[in-house]
Design a protein around this ligand. Structure first.
Ligand code: NAD
Ligand code: TYD
Length: 352
């Protein structure tokens, strides 16, 4: 089995690449990543030389690269990467706040990029296309009860959410129109190692470790439903092996927290007091509550999350404590220099 993972140098993608090589050592993985501010090859340092892993630098919205890769143009990649059996699309601009400040690149990567990959999948008759989507496409729950099901209408509020919803519609269309075997997964907020310190959990941990202010948007009573990244990987594994063509699967672990409650827990784990808390102006059109009903993937594919939040979050805090150089580099925009530090060369467009 040969799998094209896109965005494999990011948070969830790099955890997934590790997960796959550990769980299915005979599978072959090609990782196509553009290495934006959020992509870091250092996350994959331990498997760089793995005989079943190859990295290609390129953008999912670059038709030429995608087509050449799926056609197996040997001269470009020094080996034939084709035929690919499955595409799993993690690559995205992924942060709501950045999408509010500058929506354009979200359209390019999240919508055009997905369409370019879908077209490649159609042209090269790829057996399965998995779109890693998000619960943000459902918008905001208005009450403290209930959860998003796969039937909840899409109602995105931020440019990020809208770009993910638009991509989901394209994936649906490629299944309906061309009969491509597609699946869409919609997961709740993830946490765990290698998450870029712009998202709430790693930002709070790293700011608190540095005695910097921890910002709470609005009143702090917004609710998010948190899932360990390894459980997300497990769910995608099930979709990869058992997903029914055209189906959508919600992924979550019934683990809702208000932001303020979560941040206070993190401060305790980092051994800091609440004087670091600073309430700031709310995010524009801030979604009030996300909660995922994942009974479909549980019943139909046998998904059972294995990580307890208590242990998972405490291990995550330990990971950030032990990997200060990693997050200091992330915060100073140094991720992209990894290749240069490692090999003494500027990052080429395509390599390995
Ligand atoms: P991330 O920002 O950590 O990583 C994104 C990766 O995509 C980076 O390696 C980046 O270099 C790469 N990338 C960006 N633009 C690219 C392009 N044009 N071509 C190729 N690669 C490109 O994101 P993440 O948190 O790992 O999220 C991965 C996926 O999971 C996204 O699609 C996101 O929408 C989805 N998701 C995330 C969460 C979460 O809590 N983080 C929850 C549900 C769904
Ligand atoms: P985030 O990690 O950006 O994920 P998302 O917006 O996709 O849920 O934010 C999680 C929640 O935390 C969200 O309600 C916004 C809030 N938040 C803060 O209060 N302060 C912060 O510094 C950040 C980054 C987020």
């Amino acid at each position: 089995m040969k799998i094209l993972v896109t965005g494999g140098a990011g948070f969830i993608g790099s955890n997934f690449v590790h997960y796959l090589l550990r769980t299915y050592p005979h599978y072959k993985i090609v990782n196509l990543d553009y290495l934006t501010y959020a992509g870091n090859l250092e996350n994959l340092q331990d498997i760089e030389e793995h005989p079943h892993y190859r990295f290609v630098r390129g953008s999912i919205y670059d038709k030429k690269t995608v087509d050449a890769l799926l056609s197996g143009e040997k001269e470009l990649f020094h080996t034939d990467l084709a035929p690919i059996d499955i595409i799993i699309n993690f690559a995205a601009e992924s942060h709501v706040d950045r999408s509010i400040a500058d929506p354009e690149r979200f359209i390019k990567t999240n919508i055009t990029g997905t369409q370019v990959l879908l077209e490649g999948a159609r042209k090269h008759q790829i057996k399965q296309f998995i779109q890693v989507s998000s619960d943000v496409v459902y918008g905001s729950l208005k009450t403290a009860e209930g959860a998003f099901t796969e039937e909840t209408p899409l109602d995105p509020n931020s440019p990020y959410s809208a770009s993910k919803a638009a991509a989901d519609m394209l994936v649906r269309a490629y299944h309906q129109t061309y009969g491509l075997h597609t699946n869409i997964t919609r997961c709740s907020n993830n946490y765990g190692p290698y998450q870029f310190p712009e998202k709430l959990i790693p930002l709070v941990i790293t700011n608190a470790l540095s005695y910097l202010p921890v910002l709470i948007y609005g009143d702090g009573f917004h609710v998010r439903d948190w899932l360990h990244v390894e459980d997300h990987c497990l769910a995608i594994d099930l979709v990869m092996h058992k997903g029914v063509p055209g189906e959508i699967y919600n992924i979550g672990a019934n683990n809702e927290w208000t932001n303020i409650e979560l941040v206070k827990t993190l401060l305790q784990l980092v051994d800091r007091d609440e004087s670091l808390l600073e309430y700031v102006k709310d995010r524009l059109k801030h979604d009030r509550r996300y909660a995922i009903d994942s009974s479909k993937i549980q019943k139909e594919l046998g998904f059972i999350p294995v990580h307890s939040f208590e242990k998972g979050i405490s291990n995550t805090v330990s990971w950030y404590r032990s990997n200060e150089e990693w997050w200091q580099r992330a915060k100073s925009g140094e991720f992209r220099n990894y290749y240069q530090r490692q090999y003494g060369q500027i990052l080429p467009n395509q390599f390995h």
